[in-house]
Design a protein around this ligand. Structure first.
Ligand SMILES: [Mg+2]
Length: 277
């Protein structure tokens, strides 16, 4: 039996990409581009998933598979982390990821019926180490940063502890691209606080209509940027699912909220929109 011929209509489907003759959906006045880091420039969730599994493979107590321990860890995460900002843990979290990361391991072990401080410490250190070892930029990130750097002010705005986010920037080797950094752990608060976005405008010396945010989170990146009057490019990739996710699906836009200025599936789609390709 002959294989079926390719459906000719597949080649006639419209391609939702800007061409040279299309007007760009982004204003020509954009002079500063602020990037989110995790799952915008680098595949953080993929690294976190590999790192947490390897940590439990190395140090998970007997009686459960590493995958089963990761599931228990996910339950502990949902109990401990969503309200972290409202607790005394937050001040320590801002400085260093180790304190809350180790506490989360203690709670995961306790849920699994194990109380062992040495194992909690070993799991916490292994998770940080293995996650960092797996961290990679997306394929087109460097080319996009290089192209934008020639004519735009660039900043990085990322939530997380000061030490963890700085380690990521060093591991990825991208610090030299940015004129300014807005790291939750250093700034004292993170996205979606409008104070962080306002500070970026002031430090970059740019007005809101000349700012573009590029990020993967509607809640933390896109909605607050739009509320500031910035343009906002929402990058959505299938890999953008946390290891603690209950749905296994990337974030979707809540109904009734404003549309992003543009949606991207690859960072390189930005370049023609900014007249650079
Ligand atoms: Mg992100």
């Amino acid at each position: 039996m002959q294989p079926a011929s390719p459906d000719p209509t597949l080649y006639m489907m419209p391609v939702a990409q800007a061409t040279q003759t299309d007007p760009s959906p982004l204003p020509a006045t954009v002079e500063a581009v602020v990037f989110d880091l995790d799952d915008t420039l680098c595949a953080y969730w993929d690294a976190a998933k590999a790192g947490i599994l390897e940590a439990f493979a190395l140090h998970g107590p007997a009686g459960r598979t590493p995958e089963a321990w990761v599931a228990v860890w996910g339950e502990a995460f949902h109990e401990f982390c969503p309200n972290l900002k409202q607790t005394d843990w937050y001040v320590r979290y801002l400085k260093s990821g180790a304190t809350t990361r180790t506490e989360l391991m203690r709670r995961a072990l306790a849920r699994g019926g194990v109380q062992d401080e040495a194992v909690a410490q070993a799991l916490s250190a292994a998770y940080a180490d293995r996650r960092n070892a797996h961290l990679r930029l997306f394929d087109d990130a460097l080319a996009v940063l290089r192209a934008l750097k020639k004519g735009h002010k660039l900043a990085l705005m990322t939530n997380g502890p000061a030490d963890v986010q700085r380690q990521e920037i060093e591991t990825l080797g991208i610090g030299g691209f940015f004129d300014a950094f807005f790291i939750e752990g250093e700034f004292g608060e993170g996205k979606p606080s409008p104070r962080v976005f306002k500070s970026a405008e002031q430090v970059l010396g740019t007005s809101s209509e000349r700012m573009l945010f590029v990020g993967n989170s509607y809640k933390h990146d896109i909605e607050p940027a739009l509320a500031m009057g910035w343009s906002a490019a929402w990058i959505q990739r299938p890999s953008d699912v946390a290891p603690s996710s209950k749905t296994g699906l990337p974030e979707s836009k809540p109904e009734g909220r404003p549309e992003p200025t543009v949606r991207l599936s690859h960072l390189s789609e930005l370049l023609p929109m900014l007249g650079l390709a």
